[in-house]
Design a protein around this ligand. Sequence first.
Ligand code: KG4
Ligand code: ZN
Length: 337
Amino acid sequence: MGKDTIILAIESSCDETSAAVIKNGRHILSNIISSQIKDHKKFGGVVPEVASRKHIENISHVIDTALNEAELSFDDLDGIAVTYGPGLVGALLIGLTTAKALAYARKLSLIGVNHIEGHIYANFIQYKELEPPFVCLVASGGHSHIVNMLDYGKYEIMGMTRDDAAGEAFDKIARALGLGYPGGPLVDNIAKEGDPTAIDFPRAYLEEGSYDFSFSGLKSAVLNYLNSLKMKGIKPNIPDVAASFQQAVVDVLSDKLIAAAEEKNSPYAVLAGGVAANSKLREELRNKGAKKGIQVLYPDPILCTDNAAMIGSAGYYKLMRGEVSDMSLNAIPNLAL
Ligand code: KG4
Ligand code: ZN
């Protein structure tokens, strides 16, 4: 056995300040996540200025804690992986400049990681034997992609959202229902008490064979439904609206992911991103996958939402390919996969 490769990973693209120590790309030695949810809750969504400020306040402590929990020091590291996009530019810059300063001072390899790519790698931590190729749905607050992962670092985008991301739709509907922020887990929870067939909201499958998504029509349909009840002075049944909305999203996401996996003969349909934590999506996919002989994989909820461990895994495979960054690495808010 050769020497272990140890990576310190840093993630600050949105509202979680996170640092992780990852061994050989798949083993978590620590994964510290400092969530800013309580700081943004009163505004009903992430305020970029507040996010940057909170990242500055927290990042040193989060990194120290990650190293302490792993019982390692900077001398034990082989590289520093960091998210450089996509995300909020001010938020990204805090993690990135910290990573650059540490890599420079400690003469460590700097590895810039794409956040969307990172989400997929959460599955390599969850499933130690999993190898590409496979088809994956990455659905989060900022993106909804169906990706054919051909090899480490090689992706074929089969489809993506044409308007809102799936998580964004959950967050907007949660706000309209007065549930709070972030909306996904709240809708997921309250929908358990509702009837998913109560209201027949539209499903946008788009053109035949398309793996793209569109959630803006569904969002408008839910808002119109709520408005029309309000005009009549009728109170909506919140669990029913949440369950019916969630079912409409889950139907489209699961049908398209299974169809994409079938088209590519992928033995797995893999889920990633915050929306992958959705209990109905997981259940529906397990059922649809079982009928087609496709195994459905998803990480634990803590690895679905933003975390540095997934960035460390993606960073490890980049380091193994010799794909390191130099000090000119900059934050790219709209970085594509
Ligand atoms: O991956 P993530 O933490 O951040 C981004 O990269 O955007 O995803 C956050 C998104 C939010 O929109 C949140 O509402 C959604 O994931 N989410 C969920 C659930 N948990 C988080 N959506 C549906 N059901 C859930 N259980
Ligand atoms: Zn994310």
